[in-house]
Structures are given as C-alpha cells and as structure tokens.
Design a protein around this ligand. Sequence first.
Ligand code: F0G
Length: 461
Amino acid sequence: MKLPYAEPYRIKVVEPLKKTTAEERKKAIERADFNLFNIRSEEVFIDLLTDSGTGAMSQYQWSEIMLGDESYAGATSFFKLKDTINEVLGMPYFLPTHQGRAAENVLFQTLMGHSAPEMVVPGNSHFDTTKGHIEFRGARAIDCTIDEAFDTTCKHPFKGNVDLAKLEAVLKEYSPDRIPLVLITVTCNSSGGQPVSMENIREVSSLCKKHGVTVFFDAARFAENAYFIKTREKGYSEKSIKEIVLEMFSYVDGCTMSAKKDGIVNIGGFIAFRNEELYNKASTFNIIYEGYLTYGGMAGRDLGALSVGLKESTEFSYLESRIGQVAYLGEKCVEYGVDVQQPFGGHAIFVDALKFFPHVPRDQFPAQLLGVELYIEAGVRGVEIGTLLADRDPVSRENRYPRLELLRLAIPRRVYTRSHMDYIAAGLANLKERSEKIKSGFEIVSEAPIMRHFTIKLKRI
Ligand code: F0G
C-alpha cells in the first residue's frame, strides 16, 4: 500500500478553538456588514481567510526569536538572512521590508517613480496589492496568463504560465522604457495558486532579455511552485527542491517576497536583487519607506526566524505534506460534488461560485455569498476572489467582472490537521444541499475607492 502523506512534525503547543452556533454566526456576520474581514477571529472555527502570516513556526524558528539581534545597523540576524537568501535563491543582494506589498512599493518606486501613467507591467494575473501599487502610480497591469487558467475544469499542469504570444505582443507594442518590469508570480495566487513551469520561466526570461526588459518574480509561494515543477515537469523529478529553486531564480533579475507565505513567518518580506546597481537605487527608498538597510521594517528576531523558514519551506518532506493536505481537501470536495478549480492549487482550494450558485447574478456577488453562507453553515472563513476583489475599473468606475468567481479556502502552513479538512468539506457538502434555496446575494452599502473588498459594507437583497 502507498503510505498516505503524514505531517513531518508533531504538535508541541496547541491553540484552542471555540465552537459557535449557527445562530451566533448569523448575528456575527450581520454585525460585520457581511464582510468576512470584519468578523472577530474568535468567532471563526477554522480560519481559511489566508495562508499569509498564519503559519506555525518550528522550534528552530522560535529559537531564533531568542537569538534575534536588535541592533539598528549591522545586526547578526540580518547577515544570517542575507546568507540564506544567497544560498537558497542565489540572490546576492536584498532589502528587508515589513511585508510583500512594501517590497512592491519600494521596487515600483525605484523602477517607475510615483507617477507613471505611460507605463505597463505585464505579468500572470498580478496579485491585488501588486496591481494596486501599479494602478496607484497611474500605470497599467497587463494580464498575459494563458487562457486555460480561466477554465476551472481544464487540467493543465501549469495554469500559472505566461502566454508567450500575449507577452510578445505587449513587448512589441510598448518600447522598453515604458515597461519597467515583467512580473512572474510563482505560484499564481489570483488564478488559483497555480504554478508556472520551468520551461515557461525560461522562455519569458529569454523573451524579456531579447527586448531589454527586467524580469522579477513575485516569489511569495516560490517553494510550492518548485514542488509542482518537481512533481509535474519532465526532467525535474530527480532534482531536489533546492536545486529547482536555484534554477528558477537563475532566470530572473530579482524578486519581491511576502515572507508571510513560503517564509513561514508571521510578518516580513524582502526584495532580492542580482544586480548591485538596482539594489543601490532601491536602498534609498527602502530607508525612506521601511527602515535602515539591515532591518527595513522587521525586528532582528523576525529576520532570524525567516532565515530558518526559507530553509524549512524548501524541504521536500514539508512540501509533500503541505500540498498533500491541500489536495486532500480538494479531493473531498470533488467527492461531494462541489466544483473546485483543478488541478488543485498549492496553498488553497478555490470553489467555483458560479457553479455553486448558478442562479445568483454576478452583480450580487455569488462568491461573497458562498463565503458568508459557508461561515454560517460551519464557522469556516474563506475569502472572495471575484468581483468585489476585482474592484472597479479606475477610469470607467464600473464593476470589473473577472472570468472566475471563486471562494478561496487558503490553508495555513502546519496549522490544521486532516480532521479539519474533513470538517471543512462536510460543511461545504451540507451547504451545497441547500444551495438552491438561497436565491439572492448582496448589494453594496459603501465601499472604498481602491481595494474595496477589505472594508466594504454589504446588505442582503
Ligand atoms: N503577492 C502575492 C502573490 C500575494 O499573495 C500577496 C499577499 C502579496 C504579494 C502581498 O504580500 O500580504 O505580505 O503584503 N497575499 C495574501 C493573501 C494577503 O491572502 O493571498 P503581503
């Protein structure tokens, strides 16, 4: 018999969870204006809002918390992390930032300045903060993801891939001075935690070189991407994750990193560079926005914990159980007839809300409805990846309807067990049974001009 995945760790400290009743949850979500971000975490039983900053640190990471060097300049913890980034990613220069979006802000300020209405940033379904930083500067994010990514049933193994023809069209249309960078997000969160193949990374890189354009990774989930390359791409099954990661990074000029994901820390981020000149340029902005070069928005202890986290997240046994757990949940959903994005993503299962509530119009936000109803059903909190998140067009101010309307169930790293996965899937199955009785969604009461999903207020129709 093939042995099933099992967590390569055991539990030393537990964090008790509180169970609530459906009645209590109905009151809580009404009080929260049907916005799951407004719920108190103690009102949630299983929290799948995000896999960001929610992971469990290992005993080796916790020991770094005690070893943290809090010197303003030149801290030992900084050099520990610098060595690790060089060893794991092959990037000799880096700037710490307080999280991923801060890294985006510093990098984009360096490459675009604060106003860049003539510029475009091609990529594979940019994450929302990334797009936010691009649009905030008046520039435009151009999505060049392959079309297969937008069909939840298509089993393409690398649905994060960049469509080379789409990218080449952009590279031909705009001169290099109007393309500050091309950004490859690994794995691609917005298209369902889907990986990018090594072949695609290599081809994007050579196309960009040909056109004289810089290429960066948004590397938040780089290790999960490497796992998919190892398990799905021809020629990589015998390579170690660490070898694969080094090859991936050999094709890019640098990366922005939200360390809250594959760094397995609760807060932190960085920008890594191959080139000293770009690092020097960005340094000034890092000092202004984040902090001095050797801490940039992070405590010394967190720099130390991150240096261990990067090594742990690139262990095969960890990734096998991490991604195995996500797939286990995905398989349970399929077994219960719940339509989910396939192949399953690395960090999350994405439930297809248009198939769950086919009778609910898109301007009533079916994925948000699914999130609210799943919370009421089972105390499980997911997050809408649909029209609310896609926000309004910056010019026309009309709703932007993305091709998919999804509820993301993001699995925190090393936090929940297989029985939690069973519980979540059963909650979805129960909700599915009564889904036809839920006839309508929401209308907007108030919203912010940008990134509205965080603070939006809704009411039931
Ligand atoms: N890039 C990607 C691909 C992300 O998924 C995120 C965050 C960021 C950048 C920004 O990083 O949060 O550290 O500032 N994603 C979280 C999520 C919030 O829930 O997917 P950050």
